[in-house]
Design a protein around this ligand. Sequence first.
Ligand SMILES: [Zn+2]
Length: 109
Amino acid sequence: MSEYNALYEKRFVLNLRQYSSLKTRIKNKVKKIISYPYNNTETLTDISGELHLIGCRSARIDKIFRIIFVICEECRKFPKAEFCLCENLPDNVIVFLTVAPHKKAYTMK
Ligand SMILES: [Zn+2]
């Protein structure tokens, strides 16, 4: 039983549709993240030098593909988090921001 609730950004939904061959793997990973968001996921810093990915987490689909998400209870502790969409959301919400090959994912496309 998960104590987290999921929200999906439009970017995530559109990319999921685009990478349809990975759909099952992505969905399975999403389920795992919702159950245990801190397990086998890593915190991000400002990898690109342009985006404030601080507050975000990354999870691997395969060698190339990553899911980027925030856990509101964690993300809202970073005042500089550019992709914090947690305002007015409870602590137990996970916001899925994007899924893409890592370069695209880390630039939030
Ligand atoms: Zn946040």
